[in-house]
Each structure stands twice: as C-alpha cells, then as structure tokens.
Design a protein around this ligand. Structure first.
Ligand code: C2E
Ligand code: MG
Ligand code: MG
Length: 716
C-alpha cells in the first residue's frame, strides 16, 4: 500500500481529492470509475459495493450484466465482457464497511503490477471516502430524526397543555363560552387553520344549529378544500360537530383528524356536564323570551353570510325596536313590561317561517334573520307583518296596552363585510324609520351612513363653535297686531360653519343638546341677546328681549343664578327678558321644572311657551306652571290661509281662547300674509311675529328697523 502511495503519490492524491469532494456515495463511486478508467487508459471502469454495481463507465449501448462485473474477484486476469469483448481486467478491493471493488478493463494490453498497486491505493481511498460519506449520511439522518422527534414531542406537549387547560376550565366551571372558545382556538392553533367552529343542535329549536364559537371573525371566505369534522356528543348522543376549515392552500393529514377528535371529545365533556349544558342554553338564549340572544344571532348570521350565494340579497336582517316601550313600561310596571316583551316575541315569531331566526338583543330591541332566495322580495313584507302584529292591542295584567315597532332592514349584499356591519346597517335604517315617524320600516341605503358621519362631523365642530366665534344671533321683531308696532324682539341663534356655511338652529340645537354643548351655547346666546337688549333699551326702554332656552338648560340647577348674573351684568331689570321654553319641558320631570320656573319668575322674567300646540302639554300642567305667554305655532297660523271662508282656524281660535281663560297673552308665530294678521286679530290674538312684519335680521340692522317702525318719540 505504502509503495503505491510512494510510487504514484500525484495521481493518487488527485484521485482521492476528486472522489472525496462528492456529496454522496453514488456520485463518489461514479467519479472513481471515471477517473480510474481514464488513469489506466482502460475501456471500462466500474465500482461494485457489496454485491451491487454502484457505477460503471465505458460500456457501449449494451452494458454487461451487473452479475458479470460483480463476479470479478480482486486481482489481475482476463474476462469476457459483453459489449466490450475479451479484456484484461484488474480489480482491487477494500474491506471497510461497506466492502467493495474498483474494476478496470482494457482491451489492448494487460495490467502491470505497479498499475495494480496504484489501483489498490485508489480502491482503498474510495473505500475510506465511501465510509466517511456513509457515516455522515447516517449522522444527518439521525439528526433529522432526532429533530422530528423533538418537534413531535413539543407539539404533543403543547396539545397536552392546551387540553389540560381546557380540562381545568371544565372542572372549575368556567363560563361555557370561555371553554368553547378555548377549544376552538386551541384546535385552530394546533391545526394551523384560520377557523374552527363548534356547531351544535339547538335543543330549544331542533333542526337549527347553534354556531357556538368560531375563532376568527366571519367575512373572509375560507380556503377551498374539504373541512375536517369531528363529532361532538352530549350524554353519549350525537349533538353536533367540531368543524375545521381547510388550512391555507393545503389539505389535512391523518394526524390532524386525531387532533380534532381530541378537542371534540373535550367539547363533549364540557357539554355533557349537566350544569354547563344548561349554561349553554343560557349563554345563547334570552332568559325572558327564550329567543336566541345576540351571540347566537350573530353566529347564525355569520354562517348565513358565508353560504355560497350570500352575496345576492339572500340574507336580510330586520332590526326591530319598539315605540313607546319605555313610557308603557314605566306606567304598567316592570313585571307587566316583561310580560309585554314576551307577548311581542310571540307576535314576531308568528310572522316568521321555520328557518327564520328571531332574537332579542335586550331591552325592547329584537332582530330577525331571513335566509334563502325569498328574503329579498319578502323582507319588506315580513317587516310590514311584524309592524301590524305589534300594533294590535295587547292585554297585559288586565289592561289594554298599545305599543308600536320601528324596523330597519339591511341586506347581505356583496359590499357588506360581515355580521357586525350588516347589523349596524339595519340599526341605522331603524333609526331612520324612527325619524320618519315610528311604526314604519326603512331599508338601509349608504346615505344613512353618510348622514351619521356628517352628524359626527357636526358634533365635533359644534364643540368648538363658541370658542371659534362661529355663532351669532339674529333678531326678529315681535309686534302688536293692532298697529304693527314693535313690542320686543326674539333672539335667534345662527351658526356659520367654516365649510358647511350656515347651519339652521333646528339642526344644530338638538345636536348641541345631545352632546351636552347646549349649556355653553345657550349661556353665550343669552349674554349676547341681553347685551343687545341693554343697548337698544337706552332709547327704547319698553323693548323686551325674548330668548329661546332649551329644556336641558332649564334643568341645570345653576340656570336661575346664571340668568340673574347676566341681567346684573348688563343692568337689565327682570321684566326686560322673556324666556321661551317648549311644552315638553312641562311634561318631562315637571316636579323640578316647576321649582326652576318659580325661581326664574322671582327674578321678574316672563315665561313663554314656544311652538304651543305641537307638544303634549296637558291642561293641568299649564295651570300649574307660571306661564305668561303662549306662542301659537306657525303651522296653525299657516292653516288659516288667505281666504276667510276656506281656512281652518279652529286650533288658533282654541289657543287664543285658552290663553284668555288662563290669563296669558297669545303671540302668533310665522305670520306671512295680511289676511292671517287680520284673522288673528279678529280672533282676539293681540301679538304676532313673522315675515309679514320682519324677517330675522342681524344686530346691526335692528336699530334702523326699530327706528322706522317705532320712532323713539312716539313709542316713549
Ligand atoms: P322658534 O323659537 O319658534 O323661532 C321661530 C322660527 O320661525 C325661526 O326659525 C324664525 O326664523 C322662523 N320664522 C319667523 N317668522 C317666520 C315666518 O313668517 N314664516 C316662516 N316660515 N318662518 C318664520 P329659526 O331661526 O330657524 O329657529 C328655529 C328654532 O330654533 C326656533 O324656533 C327655536 O326653537 C330654536 N332656536 C333658535 N335660537 C335658539 C337659541 O338661542 N336657543 C335655543 N335653545 N333654541 C333656539
Ligand atoms: Mg322661539
Ligand atoms: Mg316657535
């Protein structure tokens, strides 16, 4: 051996270096066969490992059978090789595992002993290389195996931890929702899928599923492929299934089925527990009416939206809110109120078909889910049926009770992202129905959302309107109808929004009330109007200023103190000011209102009831409150018309008569024609206001108007 290395170190080193550079046994053998045949100028080179021909070069189209080559023993000799002919062969073997031989065959001459020694060196080198490669491969394989085992172990540990956690939750009687959530979320994590749902039969509504939990919000469509299903049992009977959506771009492997089954078994365990089973019913149903609750409704809605044809108005949601329920509930008592809600639930169900879902969301809010092709055409008909059904009188605790229903309808069109958005749309439509006058339905259109957004914008801007100086006050004269001479002016707020322009008080005052900004705005308006009154009264001391105040302001215990402070600041006597309130003020919380008004009266200010006749004031309230003036709403003045024979002055006549009996002035609003003024005067109304005399005007024009209408010398 040593000789071989000494004799031909150069070729041998080259050979071993080239062979050892190969990554795996086969290509090392192939390189060895090629290099050896080249080195010895041989027609054939081959490597046999064990009893197998590992590599061969130099044969023509028909290589000799592997057995022929494998039969060649180490040494020198002659052999008949098919495809080559009779050839001189030299073979050198090695014994290391795996044992083998390097064979070369030459046609023209035999092999010299030195050549055989070199071949022996090469064979020995190849054997070493093959052994090293084999060892490396084994090592690599072992390491991979090891890693796989470690990963499997970690995965198993994770699974056990999650399952243990779930078991703990079950035995600690954690809320069922939490347990089911842990089961679906745990299964989804370990399976590496987006969604796992627990679908259960609803014992209260056989045939309809409860989608107990899905771990990701609905909306996005699940990847294509088959879902994995494991059945869930309650008390040994099939009760539903745990369903895993297919993983992103792939299929489940058999181990996944086992895993899901483990989770399904835990779900069965949790549900079989008698207490949790009942808890599940409670968790997904409204206690009072037995209807599905919001959670169950949303689950079913999500499922409906995921159905293949959900995009074509197949899914409709009705949002039902009762009208006047609060008032009725307050007047008949809460037990009777509950009975009423149960009766309403029954009537709503009576309007539906099997397959539709009615739910109670709480309070007097109900929702209906309509699924299937017929919903688009019939959602409106169903809504009408519900409205009619709820409108019929209820007999509750021996009393006849009347309520109504306002309904918003929204469809699961393509644009709808998910259950939440659809419900919000139906809710918005319901508010529109309320605004349209209650007891009716409205169907969602995107403009409703825009309106809400605009409102939010207005709310934001209104918060800073006073500080930014965007508010102003205009003044409209009040006159004596007898001769048209002014007796006072009414202050009317204006808001100039930087981009929207002028916003009417009928728009922004209610918003200011809602967001709690009316206090600041009202104080500003009162101060502004009193400053103007003080200035005008220097020349016309008889002039009175009327200022509108919102019920929210009057309810503030500080309000009388604020009014007193403003009067003081501008040096005005109390009788220079009239506060205009609305009738609703008297009906809402009239106990406090009465005390407040008496404190205001003590300052000497007058109280007028604005828009009189449009509210709900009962005569008994009117009698109780210290009211000085009734302002007849302009809608009644408008009914008078131009023609004395055709107009309808019944309401005006009644209010004037009422004022006379109660000792109150009557002031007619919105007088636009001389005929109206004459008729009002004939009916005994002495004061008026309207475009006929003057439209509201900015402060800087008021003085000029007063001057032409009532020169100081005449009025004084
Ligand atoms: P209001 O107190 O009943 O005011 C009378 C409304 O009728 C004013 O509308 C006025 O411009 C309008 N008007 C006057 N004469 C005529 C007429 O001949 N024909 C017609 N068609 N309309 C006439 P404006 O200024 O838009 O105010 C609307 C309401 O906003 C007021 O009704 C009042 O309730 C409220 N408001 C105005 N300023 C304030 C305020 O400072 N505070 C509070 N809380 N509310 C205010
Ligand atoms: Mg007014
Ligand atoms: Mg009015």
């Amino acid at each position: 051996m040593l000789d071989a290395f000494q004799q031909s170190p150069h070729q041998l080193v080259e050979f071993i270096t080239a062979v050892a550079a190969r990554e795996d046994g086969v290509s090392a053998a192939q390189a060895a066969a090629e290099l050896a045949s080249e080195e010895f100028d041989a027609e054939v080179g081959a490597v046999i490992v064990g009893d197998r021909l590992e590599a061969a070069v130099g044969f023509g189209s028909a290589p000799p059978p592997a057995e022929a080559l494998c039969a060649i023993r180490p040494g020198l000799g002659v052999a008949d090789l098919r495809g080559v002919g009779i050839a001189h062969v030299a073979a050198a073997g090695w014994d290391d595992a795996p044992p083998g031989r390097l064979v070369v065959a030459r046609l023209d001459r035999g092999f010299a002993p030195e050549e055989h020694i070199l071949l022996l060196g090469m064979a020995r080198g190849l054997g070493l290389t093959l052994r090293t490669i084999e060892a490396l491969e084994t090592e690599r394989r072992l390491r991979a195996e090891h890693q796989r085992q470690a990963e499997e172990l970690a995965e198993r540990q994770r699974l056990l931890e999650i399952l243990l956690d779930i078991q703990r939750s079950i035995s600690h009687r954690k809320p069922l929702r939490e347990i089911l959530d842990a089961i679906t979320a745990g299964a989804a994590t370990l399976l590496g899928v987006q969604r796992v749902s627990l679908v259960l039969d609803d014992a209260l509504d056989p045939g309809r599923p409860i989608v107990a939990r899905t771990n990701s919000p609905a909306g996005g469509s699940a990847p294509a492929g088959d879902a994995l299903v494991a059945s869930v049992h309650v008390n040994g009977r099939p009760a539903g299934a745990l369903v895993a959506a297919p993983p992103e771009g792939g299929e489940f492997d058999p181990a996944d089925a086992e895993l899901l089954t483990a989770f399904a078994e835990h779900a069965s365990l949790a549900l079989t527990d008698a207490q949790t089973l009942q808890a599940m019913q409670e968790a997904f149903h409204d206690e009072l009416t037995g209807l599905p609750n919001r959670a169950l409704f949303v689950g079913r809605l999500e499922q409906a939206l995921e159905a293949p044809r959900a995009g074509e108005r197949e899914v409709a949601v009705l949002f039902v809110d009762l009208d006047r329920f609060k008032a009725v509930n307050d007047s008949i008592g809460h037990a009777a109120g509950d009975e009423l809600l149960r009766a309403v639930a029954g009537r709503i169900l009576g309007c539906l078909r099997t397959g539709d879902t009615a739910a109670r969301f709480g309070g007097d809010e109900f929702a209906v889910l309509l699924e299937g092709a017929r919903s688009a055409a019939s959602a409106e008909r169903v809504a009408d049926r519900v409205i009619e059904a709820v409108r019929r009188p209820f007999q509750i605790a021996g009393k006849t009770v009347l309520v109504g229903a306002s309904i918003g309808i929204a469809y699961g069109d393509d644009g709808v992202e998910g259950a939440d958005e659809l419900l919000r749309n139906a809710d918005l439509a319901m508010y529109q129905a309320k605004r349209d006058g209650r007891g009716r339905r409205a169907t969602f259109v995107p403009a409703m959302l825009t309106a809400v957004l605009e409102r939010v914008e207005l709310e934001t801007a209104l918060q800073t309107a006073v500080a930014r100086g965007e508010l102003s006050v205009v003044y409209q004269p009040l006159v004596a109808l007898e001769d048209g001479r002014p007796t006072g002016v009414e202050a009317l707020l204006r808001w100039t929004h930087p981009t929207l322009g002028t916003v009417a008080p009928s728009t922004f005052v209610p918003i200011a009330e809602d967001i709690g900004a009316i206090g600041e705005i009202g104080r500003w308006a009162l101060d502004e109007a009193c400053a103007r009154a003080a200035a005008a009264r220097r020349r016309r001391p008889w002039l009175r200023m009327a200022v509108n105040v919102s019920a929210h302001q009057v309810r503030d215990p500080e309000f009388p103190v604020q009014v007193e402070a403003v009067l003081d600041r501008h040096g005005l006597p109390g009788d220079a000011l009239t506060l205009e309130l609305t009738e609703t003020m008297l009906v809402d919380e009239h106990g406090d209102a009465l005390a407040q008004m008496e404190r205001l009266k003590a300052l000497g200010v007058s109280i007028a009831l604005d828009d009189f006749g449009t509210g709900y004031s009962a005569l008994r309230y009117l009698q109780q409150f210290p009211v000085d003036e009734l302002k007849i709403d302009r809608s009644f003045v408008a009914q008078i018309g131009d023609d004395p024979d055709e107009g309808d002055d019944a309401v005006v006549r009644t209010i004037v008569e009422l004022g006379r009996v109660m000792g109150m002035h009557t002031i007619a609003e919105g007088i636009e024609t001389p005929a109206q003024a004459q008729r009002l005067q004939a009916l005994g109304c002495r004061f008026g206001q309207g475009f006929l005399f003057a439209a509201p005007m900015p402060a800087d024009r008021l003085e000029a108007w007063l001057e032409q209408a009532a020169p100081v010398c005449r009025a004084a």
